[in-house]
Design a protein around this ligand. Structure first.
Ligand SMILES: *[C@@H]1O[C@H](CO)[C@@H](O)[C@H](O)[C@H]1NC(C)=O
Ligand SMILES: *[C@@H]1O[C@H](CO)[C@@H](O)[C@H](O)[C@H]1NC(C)=O
Ligand SMILES: *[C@@H]1O[C@H](CO)[C@@H](O)[C@H](O)[C@H]1NC(C)=O
Ligand SMILES: *[C@@H]1O[C@H](CO)[C@@H](O)[C@H](O)[C@H]1NC(C)=O
Ligand SMILES: *[C@@H]1O[C@H](CO)[C@@H](O)[C@H](O)[C@H]1NC(C)=O
Length: 668
């Protein structure tokens, strides 16, 4: 039986854990001694990484300790478990045979955090002083488990179990093409299929390309320290096999103020170039410094460091003797802000010129992209910010023409834009020519599925999902024509989802005619009143010229009625917005606050839906759902089942034979 005293102790301990839910001192470090990588992390044999130890001394707040003086004389050891030699603990420097001044010097800093929302309201942060050491660029080669122990404050310990996975070493795929539908869920794929493909008596007459993949799996998307992820740490998990924190990529987030000194992990690109010398590329409909494309090469706590991250994409991490990646062989997307000389580019430099100096062809429009020499490294930046979405490039081009997004820095609109398909097929040509026998890795991202889901613009999101499907279809045909389909693994997945689904149809004409919000809701037909998709029905006088796998009518009277689980205050009238992407919520003049309310100019014929997210949020947010994984090609059988997002990395890395190079010496 528990004594009264220990019950109190348990209550106190539980209380402090609950207060560290919304805000955390350091997510991976519940005690005052932190090991990064933390407990329960997995590694590819030979994968390079940094180790950081931190000892925290909270100066005030519920955890106040040692008058805010951190132990600087902490020690750390590592043991290979079940070692035949008895698994003797060794210091980090001895274990990794670090040369020269083996022990790094102690670093010190101070940070603060809020313990809960009451502390935030009262503006009373808890202040923490830190002593830390970092060991750069080590690797574990032998599969098995390791125990890392940190000893501090004369008797406290923190341990971390690390597992080096036992993986097959034979390379089975020469090339990998990894498509990411950002934010894409099964619900969205289902809705896109309904829009673009005809049924007769409930039976589809054609299918999406994704529907034809032989293997389907499911991945869990959680971050290392929160159950809702963002695109930075989820991309990083997919590319490195290590989970991370919101806004972090290619690193475990530490508590230091410098966004570039966090302990790094080697990505699939860096491994592939170091071990096989393969070609690699990234294509995105986002600005290319956005999380999903940039996480292939980025090592930072802060995804918004766009300028420096473009430099890392070209030159690698230059200040911590990190393995390079030779720069991308094909790099296509938006985001001219980081290339035009000025406030958006690293050190104000002209990154078109920086890439050109390193032998890149530079294309700023589709015509020029298609003409670029396949044997040369290729950069293509086609607009500022994100590419206009498929609907505004193809169906309502007048919306794209209004933009001021000239990639050359002029005041007008970007014209002659490529789409995801053009960019992906060109990237394959370049990577095939440059990779040759060494193969290639291409990541191709449909970014605006996510971006348009955020702004509750479901038609624009689904249009970009159909563009992704069309691109995958064209990719299969392209690989076949190049004779490399059999040796190429194609994986299509997402980084996270949104709580979107379709629950019926809506009569737009009836809704517009109703006088108030409650009667407008009667326009929605549920169950048998949902009827059939009208997007596949040709109508006289409407000719949307979009190809066979897209809707023939984006603007029928009866539209899908859909919603998301997380949204700001907004209005719903359903149906496509022909004048451009939605802005569902806005700050209002006269309200005297930065809170978001229903945007008075959005969907004016619809009814008000009160928000479910904080009033500081202008858009919907990501959700918890697992996301699908489609696989085709060598190793496809390994992609079935339900697994963690990091497992996708280990599956691709194993198929590419990246465990093969595990015993190679580190190239300095
Ligand atoms: C901790 O100390 C700082 C000043 O150093 C103060 O601003 C803050 O409110 C204090 N926090 C708490 C929880 O007392
Ligand atoms: C390291 O490099 C990044 C750019 O990749 C730069 O922003 C940062 O300031 C550098 N840090 C140091 C300590 O030199
Ligand atoms: C495309 O780029 C090329 C090369 O910079 C330029 O000569 C051409 O005028 C551009 N075409 C269009 C349609 O903007
Ligand atoms: C939305 O919330 C406001 C209070 O914030 C309330 O006055 C209004 O009736 C609600 N509207 C609907 C449609 O639920
Ligand atoms: C790496 O080296 C260890 C010990 O020298 C050996 O047991 C292991 O088989 C090697 N692995 C590979 C992939 O060569």
């Amino acid at each position: 039986m528990l004594s009264k005293l220990s019950i109190t102790a348990i209550l106190v301990a539980t209380g402090s854990l609950i207060s560290a839910q919304t805000f955390q001192r350091l997510g991976t470090c519940p005690s005052l001694g932190c090991i990064l990588p933390p407990d329960e992390q997995d590694f590819l044999p030979g994968q390079q990484f940094d180790i950081r130890f931190e000892v925290h001394a909270p100066k005030n707040g519920s955890e106040a300790f040692n008058n805010g003086v951190p132990d600087e004389k902490f020690t750390a050891t590592i043991t290979k478990d079940h070692d035949r030699k008895g698994g003797k603990a060794k210091s980090i420097a001895d274990f990794f045979k670090l040369k020269g001044s083996a022990e790094p010097k102690v670093e010190k800093w101070t940070f603060s955090w809020y313990e809960d929302l009451f502390a935030q309201d009262a503006k009373t942060p808890s202040v923490v002083n830190v002593a830390s050491k970092v060991y750069r660029r080590v690797a574990l080669y032998e599969p098995g488990t390791y125990t890392v122990t940190l000893r501090y404050y004369g008797g406290k310990t923190t341990t971390a179990k690390w597992t080096v996975r036992e993986l097959a070493t034979r390379k089975k795929a020469k090339n990998v093409i990894f498509f990411i539908g950002d934010g894409m869920t099964t619900n969205m794929i289902t809705a896109a299929r309904l829009l673009a493909h005809k049924t007769i008596n409930g039976k589809y007459q054609s299918l999406m390309q994704l529907d034809k993949f032989p293997v389907l799996g499911h991945q869990m998307t959680h971050s290392i320290d929160s159950f809702i992820t963002d695109s930075a740490n989820s991309a990083s998990a997919l590319y490195s096999g290590h989970k991370s924190t919101v806004n972090a990529m290619g690193v475990y987030a530490d508590s230091s103020p410098d966004p570039f000194d966090d302990p790094k992990v080697e990505t699939i690109i860096e491994l592939l170039v170091r071990i096989w010398g393969s070609a690699w590329g990234a294509v995105s409909t986002a600005f290319i410094a956005d999380a999903t494309p940039i996480a292939l090469t980025a090592h930072t706590r802060l995804r918004s460091q766009y300028g420096p991250l473009i430099d890392q994409a070209l030159n690698g991490v230059t200040n911590y003797s990190w393995p390079g990646h030779g720069g991308p062989d094909a790099y296509f997307g938006g985001g001219a802000e980081q290339f035009l000389p000025g406030s958006g580019s690293y050190q104000g430099k002209d990154y078109y010129a920086e890439f050109a100096k390193k032998g890149y062809s530079v294309s700023l429009n589709k015509t020029s992209l298609l003409k670029a020499d396949n044997k040369k490294k290729a950069l293509g930046i086609f607009c500022k910010a994100n590419l206009p979405v498929w609907l505004d490039r193809n169906i309502f081009p007048e919306n794209s023409a209004k933009l001021k997004n000239d990639p050359a820095g002029g005041s007008g609109a970007a014209t002659d834009l490529p789409g995801l398909k053009d960019m992906t097929l060109k990237a394959i040509d370049v990577l095939h020519a440059r990779g040759g026998k060494k193969g290639f890795f291409l990541m191709s991202e449909a970014a605006s599925i996510d971006k348009q889901m955020h702004s509750l613009d479901y038609e624009r999101a689904l249009g970009d999902l159909l563009e992704l499907d069309d691109t995958v279809r064209a990719t299969v045909a392209k690989l076949k024509s190049l004779g490399i389909l059999e040796e190429t693994l194609i994986v299509v997945s997402a980084d996270h989802g949104h709580g979107f689904d379709v629950f019926g149809s809506s009569d737009t004409k009836y809704m517009a005619a109703q006088p108030d919000d409650r009667s407008k809701r009667d326009a929605v037909g549920v169950y048998q009143n949902s009827g059939l998709s009208q997007y596949t029905v040709e109508q006289p006088g409407i000719s949307y010229n979009t190809g066979p796998n897209f809707p023939v009518n984006w603007d029928p009277r009866y539209v899908i009625a859909a919603g998301a689980g997380a949204n700001p205050d907004h209005r719903e009238q359903y149906g496509v917005d022909k004048t451009g992407p939605r802005t569902p919520a806005a700050t209002l003049a006269g309200k005297g606050s930065s809170d978001f309310y229903v945007n008075p100019t959005d969907e004016t014929k619809g009814f008000v839906v009160n928000g479910t997210v904080p009033v500081s949020q202008s858009q919907g947010v990501h959700s918890l759902t697992d996301v699908p994984v489609y696989a085709m090609g060598p190793c496809q059988e390994r992609f079935g089942g339900t697994y963690e997002n990091i497992d996708l990395f280990y599956k691709m890395a194993e198929c590419l034979g990246l465990a093969h190079g595990s015993n190679k010496t580190i190239r300095g």
